[in-house]
Design a protein around this ligand. Structure first.
Ligand SMILES: C=C(O[C@H]1C=CC=C(C(=O)O)[C@@H]1O)C(=O)O
Length: 402
């Protein structure tokens, strides 16, 4: 963390700025940007890049300047998209801050665009930036067939677990507003990482993730979690939940995978707590928490090292990782893009917090494309796994059109 390239930030505008104006202007501009709310925090933050194209970077948390990372599930060059905090906004200060890289003229242009922001015109303008096409949504027949094929392969001892996913289209109401949707999600899911991320050619992604991939706080505490196993809560409290052996084994495989990553780097000084039941929206999951004090273990690069080892975890891919990845690529018949990749702020307030991009959707002009997957083991029932993806998609669907 000490070695981080420090970008000095300067304030330019003293009049309080409303979050919606900043987000609306970013959306209309077509520049890469991200807006988010951390779990259990009310503050909403935005970073905007002043370069038209998204940057592609190696994920090295110690070297990256302040900004927002978005790594697709698969990337041929093993790189992530990066949105530098050329402009940074946080709703508690209600001010814009520019990195020092930008001149007075640029700052004036941005201020002008903000002062001209018109809610009425914005109503349709955001649609101009949306992607025009995508892979066809997954049919129920295709999904249940590939689940059955994977179960057969697991019964043949070809692999232990695979997470299979699918997409579904949902129409948007005439006057749909991405900004209002973002606020609805923030209000409905105080414990989630609610985010909106726009990258040219990758599209506009919105989600409410329950899963940390890795975090590193200002005191050098590293955390990760093993999250898996799903049931609808139907009003039940986490403490009253009971689990079948299928879900217990499914989640244990994720924990085992994380412990194997620690073993690979000979790190023994980790704390492990769980598994326990946690709530995420209307769902319950099993979760084990892992924590390492990187100061005590003298391992400041642990975040970067573990990111390389962990992604994709068996909460979104499977075990063994290589065989499961190949099964996914050969059978899902669409590109996961940012779904089940990782996203989140780096270097902001001296913290890095990357989340698995789950419970998310991509916006198009008149519809949304929802993404969800389910962990398949040899005990899986294709019909039940289809239903599980349906209830996961409800996290977004319930709030999409108000
Ligand atoms: C792959 C997803 O969820 C993961 C996280 C929690 C529970 C999961 C499960 O029960 O299958 C998945 O591993 C998703 O939401 O699309």
């Amino acid at each position: 963390m000490e070695n981080r390239v420090d970008q000095k930030i300067t304030e330019v505008n003293n009049a309080p700025l409303h979050f919606d104006e900043v987000l609306g202007t970013a959306l209309d501009s077509g520049q890469p940007f991200a807006a988010w709310k951390m779990p259990q925090e009310a503050v909403q933050q935005i970073v905007v890049s002043l370069q038209k194209e998204a940057l592609r970077v190696e994920v090295d948390l110690e070297e990256l300047p302040k900004g927002f990372l978005a790594r697709p599930f698969q990337d041929k060059e093993d790189k992530a998209y990066f949105i530098p905090a050329d402009i940074y906004y946080t709703s508690d200060l209600a001010q814009l801050e520019f990195s020092n890289n930008y001149d007075f003229e640029t700052k004036q242009k941005v201020e002008k665009a903000l002062s001209r922001f018109d809610h009425q015109q914005h109503k349709d303008r955001w649609k101009r930036q949306m992607l025009k096409t995508h892979f066809p949504p997954t049919s129920k027949e295709h999904f249940t067939n590939i689940v059955q094929e994977s179960v057969n392969a697991m019964n043949n001892e070809e692999f232990l677990k695979v997470v299979l996913s699918r997409t579904k289209e949902a129409p948007l109401k005439e006057d749909f507003s991405p900004i209002e949707f973002f606020h609805r999600l923030c209000e409905a899911y105080p414990n989630a990482f609610v985010s909106m991320c726009y990258l040219p050619n990758v599209g506009l992604w919105i989600g409410a993730s329950p899963e940390t991939l890795i975090s590193m706080d200002e005191n050098g505490i590293f955390r990760t979690v093993a999250l898996a196993g799903t049931q609808a809560s139907n009003g039940m409290l986490p403490k009253d939940a009971s689990w079948k052996s299928k879900e217990i084994e499914e989640q244990a495989l994720v924990s085992r995978y994380i412990i194997n990553c620690f073993k690979k780097i000979r790190l023994r000084e980790f704390e492990e707590r769980g598994p326990r039941t946690v709530a995420a929206a209307h769902l319950l999951h099993l979760k084990t928490d892992f924590k390492v004090d990187t100061k005590a273990t003298n391992f400041p690069q642990l975040g970067t090292v573990m990111l390389k080892l962990l992604h994709p975890t068996s909460a979104v891919c499977g075990m063994p990782k290589e065989i499961a990845t190949q099964f996914i690529l050969d059978n899902e018949k669409y590109n996961r893009s940012l779904y089940s990749g990782f996203i989140g702020p780096v270097g902001i307030q001296n913290r890095d917090h990357l989340f698995v991009n789950l419970r998310c959707l991509q916006l198009f002009e008149d519809h949304a494309l929802l993404y969800a997957g389910a962990g398949i083991t040899c005990d899986s029932d294709p019909e039940k796994e289809w239903k599980e993806t349906e209830i996961k998609m409800d996290t977004m669907l319930k709030h999409l059109n108000g």
